[in-house]
Design a binder for this molecule. Sequence first.
Ligand SMILES: [Zn+2]
Length: 66
Amino acid sequence: MFKNIIAPIQAWLISQGRCVGCGMPLSKGKVEPRKDGTQKVTCRCGRIYIHTPKLKKYRRALFEEI
Ligand SMILES: [Zn+2]
């Protein structure tokens, strides 16, 4: 039940290009280019995201992408 309340907030944060954990703009994270043209972004809190510059979109990295 708790998760159902948190999920929309996290979805909103990530749509704003912010970390779901600490709210920091992901543009300030550590960026590493990936082979497929996307970027791996590591937040200062250790959460890892995938940025697609073409779409200007962030998403949480999958386990196998870390
Ligand atoms: Zn963070």
